[in-house]
Structures are given as C-alpha cells and as structure tokens.
Design a protein around this ligand. Sequence first.
Ligand code: SF4
Ligand code: SF4
Ligand code: SF4
Length: 282
Amino acid sequence: MKTFAVLQLAGCAGCEVSLLNADEWVGEYRLAYMPLVVSTHDMPEVDLLLVSGGVRNEEDLYNLRRAVPRAGKVVAIGTCAISGGVASLGDRDDVRQVFLADRARHHVPRLLPKCSPIDAVVPVDLYLPGCPPTPELFMVLLTDPPDFKPGAIVCVECGRKKRKDMRPSRFAGFQRGEVDPGICLINQGFLCIGSSTRGGCRAPCPRAGHPCVGCRGPSNALIEKESAAWLSSIQRVISSLTDIPAGEVDLALRSPHLSLFLFQFSDYSGPERKPRPKEKVI
Ligand code: SF4
Ligand code: SF4
Ligand code: SF4
C-alpha cells in the first residue's frame, strides 16, 4: 500500500479537517505522518507529501526542507501553501507588532521577514487549491477517480441564472435580507467572482447564497496569465450584469478578504508568486 504524510506549516488546520472528511483513500493509502492526528515522532519516507500552510517562521522552513527529500511527490494543498493565504496576513506591520509586543511570545520560532508559498522553497509536483480544498477534491487527489468532471468555472456548478434585465446600481449591504435562490448573486448586488474561478468545489458558497470569493484560484483560461487578466475578466462580467461604477468594483475587488485569494496563482506581490502551469493544478 502507498503511504502519504501531511506536513502542517502556518495555517489553520482547515485543510487537514477537510482531508479527514474524505475516507475513500483508506484502501489505497496509509497515512504515515500527520502530527494533528497520528503520533509519529519523525516523518518516514513516503510516496506523497501533502503540505498545508505557508512558510511563515524558521520552524516552517526547517520542517519543509527536512520533509521534502523523504517524499516521492510533493503536493501544495490550500491557499496558504500555494500563496501564503491567511498566514500572509502576518506580513502586515500591525499584526507583527501585536505578535512581537507580548514578551510571552518571545520563545516561539523566529518570524521570517515575510510569508512564502512553499514553491518559493522547494519544488512542487501538484497544487490542490481551495481554502480548504473540499473533501471530494482530496478524494480526487488520492484516488484519481475516472468519473470526476469539474466545471471549468464555479458558475457552471452554481446553477443560478444570470439576467441582463436585473441590473443593480450599487453593491448590496450586509443587511440585504432574503436572497433569491435562483438568480445570480451579481444581479442581486453581490460581488461574486465565480465566473473566473476554477470549478471543482461544486459551488457551495453561491449555492448557499454567499458570493464566491475565489478560493480555488483562476480557471484554466486565466491561470497562466498575470493577475491583471483575472481582474479584468471579473470586471467585464460585473459590468455586463450591473450598472455599478467601475471605480466601486475596483475598490471592492481589492478588499482584504478577496485579495487573500485573488492573487494566489499570480505574480501580484513578489517574484515567487508566478503563474502556475495548469496541468499541475487539480
Ligand atoms: S488554506 Fe484555508 S483551510 Fe487551509 S490552512 Fe490555509 S486558511 Fe486554513
Ligand atoms: S457569478 Fe456567482 S452567483 Fe452568479 S452564476 Fe456565477 S457563481 Fe453563481
Ligand atoms: S464557491 Fe468559490 S469561495 Fe466557495 S469553495 Fe468554491 S471557489 Fe471557494
């Protein structure tokens, strides 16, 4: 039986929880190392190494460099491993100040100057995007089922209807009230970026009435392009369905919760964030 390990760097453990919600891999793989649930002191040699979280401190760097030579293949799972994700919020001066101001925290591993995606440090064979990737996607990664057919974009899996005759002139506030279950959220004044986001997650957010924030990264049509192409594609869709001024759309697209995901496959904020080749992304 093949073996795999899970190395957790700076992240939130949501990726691990999602992995454990899939069990189709149990007959094919043995989980040999995962400190969250398997008490093994050291990582043995494995066929597959799944890495979650960004490289935020010296311990992350040490653990990653030590683990990779023991693995046949390396998979970056989740936004944090792919681009830094929530862990890169620690790059902000105010967060760093809070962290360093408390003397009780001085014994923890030293922060690196900035959070890095893992492919800035080690070669990566495959990317499994999402925050977190859904259990189904972990199943696909570990069992490679022949009948898995993801939609090219989230809209395909969402099923809401886009309408040309329902054009809001401003974004809806949080007090919007009931959301029509059959109509595209953009027509209802929400900034949903499912039209350029990679499908495969089955659109849980827009189906539930919450706009897609793009945690799966750009679709194959955009993945090898720079972040500006993704932004223009989103802007085109919003202006075809609403009368919201372009300046307001641009401002909304740069809000922190979206920018965590929007630039995950692009060269937006550093030379190490290069577009990834689409054949390496599930
Ligand atoms: S990608 Fe999302 S779920 Fe996974 S560790 Fe990062 S924040 Fe958590
Ligand atoms: S833009 Fe969002 S709500 Fe509209 S169809 Fe696409 S995923 Fe669904
Ligand atoms: S719908 Fe969008 S935000 Fe939600 S899981 Fe899918 S890609 Fe991520």
